[in-house]
Design a protein around this ligand. Structure first.
Ligand code: SF4
Length: 633
C-alpha cells in the first residue's frame, strides 16, 4: 500500500520545497533534540541530494569518513519514493553491508525509532544467497549432514502441502551452516529458474515477489543491481520479470566500487569443469548413442580447448592473464561450437523420448546457448577483451564483450531518474572526471565535504625516500616499534617478494592468502597478531581505535598491466594522466582512509617511495589530509 509522504504538502509550495523544509526540521531540530548528533556537512549533503532529486541528475556526493552519509541520503530517498510511488534503491558495496544497514541499532532503525516513521525496507540479495529447492531436494537424496535437517525445519509447510507460503531460505537464516555446506544447496549459475517446475514454491521466487512490493526502500548489493541491468533485456525477451522492479532513484553506497560490479556482471565466464558437470547429469541409461557420443565429444573438445588455452596463456604475475590465441586454439574453439550445434539437434529428439528429465535438458540447453555465444565471441575478431583468471580456485576464461562505459551510459545513466553516488573517495582533489569517465557518465553534479575529524591532531604522514631494495629494511625498522600495522602492496607479486626478503620475521606476520581473509582480519582485530600484509585491503577494512594505528604503503598502487587495463589505456589520449595516475591516487586515498575511522582513532601513515615513485610526490601531495614529513633513508 502506498505510504503517505512524511510531511504536509501545501498548494503554494512544490514537493521539493517542502522536502527541503522537512530535511531542515528533522536534521536541525528533531533528531538533535532526541539525542542524535548532526553535523553541518551531513545536512549540506542532504540538501545537495534534495537538489539532485529535483533535477533528476547524477550526483557524486563525496563526504569524508564520519560525516553520517547514510542518514543524509535516507531521508530524501524515503520521501521521494513516497512522492513518486516507486521505491528508492540503495545499492551497497556487498551483501554483508546490506544486513548492516537494516540491523537493530543501524541508521534505518534509528530513524524509525526517533521519527516514529514506519519505513518499508526490503532486501534483494544476490541469487546465490538463496536456497535452491531443487538442489536441496537432490542433496537430501544423495548427501548426508545435520545442515540438511536444519534447512528442512526452515521450509514453510505451504511448500509441500497446504498452508501459507512465506519467504524462506536466505543464507543469513542459517548462521550455523558452513560456506562449503551452503554451496551444495544454494542457487548457482547453472540453475535455469525459468524452466524450473517448482519455481512457484522456491524461496528465491517468494523473496523476489516480496521485495518487489516495497513502497520505500529496496536494498541490494551493487553486484546484484548490475546483474539486473545485464539480464534485464534478455529476461524481458523471454517473458520473465526483471530481477528488480522499476525504481524512483538509485543510491550507490560506496559508489566508487560500481565499476568493479559492472565489470563482473558484464563478463561471460567459461570454467574448466562446469560443462563436464552439466553434461554428466544427462548421461543416464536409455539416452540415444548418438547423443551420448556427441556429449562425450564435447567434453573431450572442451578439455582440449582448456589444455591449449593453458599453453597459449602469456606467463605473468598479473591476476588477469593475457591469451595469445594460437591457430590451434581457434580451430578447437570452432570444432566445439560445431559439436554444440549438433547436440542441440539431438536434444530435440531426446525431449520427445522423455528419458532425460525435461528440466535437465532445458538446463543444459540454456547453459550451452551461453557457452556457444561466449565461444563465438572469443574466436571472433571483435573488440571483446578476454583473459584467464582464477575464480574461486577454478581456472576461468573471462570474456568482456563490450566496454562497460558503453553499457552503463546506454542502459543505466540514460534513464531520467536521479543517481546518487555516496563515498569518501570519488574525486582526486575535487576533480571527479576519472570516475565519471570510467562509468561513461557525461553530465553530473558533485560536491565534497571534508571529514569532521581533526586530522592534524590525530594523524601523521611520513614519506620514506628509499631505494627499492632497501624498502624491506625500512619496514623491519618501523616494525620494531610494536603497533597494530597494516602493510599494503600494489600486487601479490610485490607482497611475495617482500615476504621472501623478510626471512624469519615473516613467521610472525599474517599475509593475505595464508588462509581465509576474514579470519585473518578477525585475529588481527583481536590482537592475536600485530601485522597484516595485503594487496586487496586498500578498501573495505574498518578497524576503529587501537585495532589499527599504522598503515604502511609499500609501493604506489598503479594499475596492473593486464588485458582489462590495457583496453582502458588504449582508449585514452594520455594513458598516464587519464588512467594510471587517477587510479593510483584514488587507491592511495582509500588506503590512507583505513587509518582514521572514528573520532577516537589516531595513527601514522608510512609511505615508502623508490626513486621512480618519488617523481609522483607532487601529484600525491594534494590528496594528503596533513602535510607529510619527508625522511631520507
Ligand atoms: S527456481 Fe531456480 S533456485 Fe528455485 S528451485 Fe528452481 S532452479 Fe532452484
Amino acid at each position: 500500500m502506498r505510504q503517505s509522504i512524511p510531511f504536509e504538502l501545501s498548494k503554494d509550495k512544490s514537493f521539493f520545497d517542502s522536502l527541503g523544509d522537512w530535511i531542515g526540521d528533522v536534521l536541525y531540530d528533531e533528531l538533535p533534540e532526541k539525542g542524535l548528533e548532526m553535523r553541518d556537512e551531513q545536512i549540506f549533503m542532504a540538501y545537495q541530494i534534495e537538489s539532485a532529486l529535483r533535477e533528476k541528475s547524477v550526483l557524486f556526493a563525496e563526504a569524508g569518513v564520519g560525516t553520517g552519509k547514510t542518514i543524509a541520503y535516507l531521508l530524501p530517498s524515503i520521501a521521494y519514493a513516497r512522492y513518486t510511488g516507486k521505491p528508492a534503491l540503495i545499492a551497497c558495496a556487498d551483501e554483508t553491508l546490506i544486513d548492516q544497514l537494516v540491523k537493530e541499532g543501524g541508521d534505518i532503525y534509528k530513524l524509525q525509532q526517533l521519527l516514529d516513521l514506519k519505513i518499508d525496507v526490503r532486501l534483494a540479495k544476490s541469487r546465490d544467497q538463496y536456497l535452491c529447492l531443487k538442489r536441496y531436494e537432490e542433496a537430501e537424496q544423495f548427501l548426508d549432514g545435520d545442515y540438511l535437517d536444519e534447512i528442512a525445519v526452515s521450509i514453510p509447510e505451504g511448500v509441500y502441502g497446504s498452508g501459507k507460503l512465506e519467504p524462506y531460505g536466505q543464507r543469513s537464516d542459517y548462521p550455523n551452516i558452513s560456506d562449503q555446506e551452503w554451496s551444495q544447496v544454494n542457487y548457482n549459475a547453472i540453475q535455469q529458474c525459468q524452466v524450473c517446475d517448482i519455481r512457484n514454491r522456491c524461496g528465491q521466487t517468494l523473496h523476489r515477489q516480496n521485495y518487489r512490493e516495497s513502497t520505500d526502500l529496496i536494498i541490494c548489493s551493487q553486484d546484484f543491481y548490475m546483474e539486473h541491468i545485464a539480464t534485464k533485456e534478455s529476461r524481458e525477451r523471454e517473458s520473465q520479470t526483471p530481477l528488480l522492479p522499476e525504481v524512483s532513484m538509485v543510491v550507490f553506497d560506496e559508489g566508487h566500487l560500481l565499476e568493479f560490479a559492472a565489470q563482473k556482471a558484464m563478463t561471460i565466464k567459461i570454467q574448466d569443469y562446469t560443462i563436464v558437470k552439466v553434461l554428466d547429469r544427462l548421461m543416464v541409461d536409455g539416452v540415444r548413442e548418438k547423443t551420448l557420443n556427441l556429449m562425450e565429444e564435447l567434453q573431450d573438445g572442451h578439455e582440449l580447448f582448456f589444455d591449449q588455452l593453458r599453453d597459449d596463456v602469456i606467463d605473468s604475475t598479473e591476476e588477469r592473464k593475457r591469451i595469445k590465441k594460437s591457430d590451434m586454439l581457434l580451430k578447437i574453439g570452432k570444432r566445439v561450437i560445431s559439436i554444440v550445434e549438433q547436440l542441440f539437434e539431438e536434444f530435440v529428439f531426446e525431449s520427445e523420448m522423455y528419458i532425460i528429465p525435461e528440466y535437465e535438458i532445458r538446463m543444459a540447453e540454456e547453459f550451452l546457448e551461453q557457452y556457444e555465444e561466449a565461444m563465438r565471441i572469443f574466436i571472433g575478431n571483435g573488440d571483446a577483451v578476454d583473459w584467464l583468471e582464477d575464480t574461486d580456485g577454478e581456472e576461468t576464461l573471462v570474456i568482456m564483450p563490450h566496454l562497460i562505459t558503453e553499457v552503463l551510459s546506454k542502459k543505466v545513466f540514460s534513464k531520467k531518474i536521479p543517481f546518487i553516488f555516496s563515498s569518501a573517495t570519488l574525486s582526486i582533489d575535487k576533480n571527479f572526471s576519472y570516475i565519471a569517465y570510467s562509468l561513461g557518465i557525461k553530465k553530473f553534479e558533485s560536491f565534497t565535504v571534508a571529514s569532521p575529524f581533526d586530522y592534524e591532531e590525530v594523524m601523521g604522514i611520513n614519506i620514506h625516500k628509499a631505494a627499492q631494495e632497501d624498502k624491506t629494511a625500512v619496514v623491519k625498522q618501523l616494525l620494531e616499534d610494536p603497533q597494530q600495522t597494516l602493510i599494503l602492496f600494489k600486487s601479490k607479486q610485490s607482497m611475495d617478494t617482500f615476504k621472501k626478503q623478510l626471512g624469519d620475521v615473516a613467521e610472525t606476520i599474517a599475509f593475505e592468502g595464508d588462509r581465509e581473509l576474514s579470519s585473518i582480519i578477525r585475529d588481527f582485530q583481536n590482537k592475536k597478531m600485530q601485522t597484516i600484509c595485503s594487496y586487496h585491503l586498500w578498501e573495505g577494512l574498518d578497524l576503529p581505535e587501537e585495532a589499527l594505528t599504522r598503515v604502511i604503503i609499500f609501493d604506489l598502487p598503479f594499475p596492473p598491466h593486464d588485458p582489462l587495463f590495457d583496453a582502458k589505456r588504449s582508449f585514452a589520449d594520455d594513458p598516464f594522466d587519464e588512467v594510471e595516475l587517477p587510479y593510483m591516487l584514488l587507491r592511495i586515498q582509500q588506503g590512507m582512509g583505513r587509518l582514521i575511522r572514528t573520532s577516537n582513532d589516531h595513527g601514522t601513515i608510512e609511505l615508502l617511495l623508490n626513486e621512480e615513485e618519488q617523481q609522483s610526490i607532487d601529484a600525491i601531495k594534494p590528496v594528503f589530509a596533513v602535510e607529510p614529513t619527508l625522511i631520507e633513508e
